[in-house]
Design a protein around this ligand. Structure first.
Ligand code: SF4
Length: 382
């Protein structure tokens, strides 16, 4: 288990408290995206296809700490875009750690060596370095040679300086399970504290639409990978055992999009980290006014093939707290990799996809223009 005991205790206690308080919609992980700009253009990424005026925007330190306080989730993931491009990131991390949040920076690590002196090792702080497989797999995934070697050098440097380091690995169609198994062995030998793995989400704006996995292929791929390692027991995952069991087709979870609320430069994103179908001005508005039943597999066409951790890890954690014996069995015996899978959610009633990207971009560009006019007349708005 790659999740520190302190974190398990805090999150477990937090979930139990929410249940005792009778709360149905509560956050586990705040996904904080202080910018969309990135120094890579990955084929499977749907986050960076915005015009320059939007890519140039940043959430201020004040906005970020305000979002952390407003939301109250025990874990804060800083993503983007590439978060290390944000000049105030060290202060954002410091502010979150001071609030005793477990902070994770998701980075491609290209700037890590240059910026590592701005951060301090802490049991509350983790570098999560993007690595989609071995050298060939990762460099192809990020569309640039040499990135794997730089990320591995950054992992070694961060470990040598005493930081907690995990890798986050997104898998796509055509992945060779044997190669993934060897890659997981390699990162364990590098001394990482854990692996986070997930199938890619089929972003409609991603340049490469050919390599996204459907649900059936996802489950078969994960069974094939875990079969090479007694149900995944040799590797240390930074994820719940029941989420891994879900990826292998042994659990039929509904999505919990409110478990990982997302704050971006546009506001609080509806409904989740992956889909931007509208924005709320406040966290409260997001929670209270989002029609959560309209999303998730079986409800909405864009969610049909999603099995991403940002939607389902919270479902697995809630299940583990309600039925700890299930989680203990998977942790003890490993993920089941043979036999029938549980039936999946039927798709017959899902509503058709709505395409909101162009409207959203037009609205945001209009807001940016209004802000500029306002700032010429009065105080500066960042
Ligand atoms: S299934 Fe859930 S996490 Fe996945 S895209 Fe739909 S709402 Fe988002």
């Amino acid at each position: 288990m790659g999740i520190p005991f302190r974190q398990i205790l805090r999150i477990g206690g937090y979930v139990v408290r929410q249940h005792l308080l009778g709360r149905r919609h509560y956050p586990l992980v705040l996904m904080l995206e202080p910018l969309f700009r990135c120094n890579l253009s990955c084929a499977g990424c749907g986050k960076i296809d915005y015009p320059d005026p939007i890519l140039n925007r940043r959430l201020s330190l004040e906005d970020c700490l305000g979002a952390i306080d407003e939301c109250g989730a025990p874990v804060v993931v800083l993503a983007g875009g590439e978060p290390l491009l944000h000049k105030e990131l060290p202060q954002i991390v410091e502010g979150a750690v001071t609030r005793r949040k477990f902070v994770i920076i998701c980075t491609n690590a290209l700037l890590l060596e240059k910026k590592i002196h701005q951060y301090q090792p802490s049991p509350y702080f983790t570098w999560s370095i993007h690595l989609d497989g071995d050298k060939g797999m990762h460099d192809r995934s990020v569309c640039q040679p040499g990135v794997y070697d730089r990320a591995v050098a950054a992992i070694k440097l961060a470990r040598a300086k005493g930081f907690r380091v995990t890798i986050n690995c997104t898998l796509f169609k055509g992945t060779d399970p044997e190669r993934v198994a060897r890659f997981f062995d390699t990162v364990m030998e590098l001394g990482v504290n854990g692996i986070t793995v997930s199938p890619g989400y089929a972003y409609e704006r991603a340049p490469d639409q050919q390599h996204f996995l459907n649900r059936k292929a996802t489950k078969e791929l994960f069974r094939s990978i875990f079969r090479l390692d007694q149900g995944g027991k040799r590797w240390v995952f930074n994820q719940s055992a029941l989420f891994l069991d879900f990826l292998a087709g042994n659990q039929a979870y509904h999505c919990t999009p409110w478990g990982n609320p997302t704050r971006t430069i546009f506001g609080w994103q509806r409904p989740c980290y992956l889909l931007g179908e509208g924005y709320a001005k406040t966290y409260r508005e997001l929670m209270e006014e989002t029609d959560w039943e309209a999303y998730g597999t079986g409800h909405y066409e864009k969610c049909a093939d999603c099995m991403v951790h940002s939607g389902y890890e919270a479902s697995a954690v809630r299940d583990a707290v309600r039925r700890p014996w299930k989680a203990a069995r998977v942790a003890w015996q490993g993920v089941t990799t043979r036999g029938p899978m549980v039936p999946d959610i039927p798709l017959g009633q899902q509503r058709p996809a709505q395409f909101t990207y162009s409207r959203n971009v037009t609205e945001r560009l209009g807001e940016i223009a209004d802000l500029k006019i306002g700032s010429e007349k009065g105080p500066t708005v960042t």
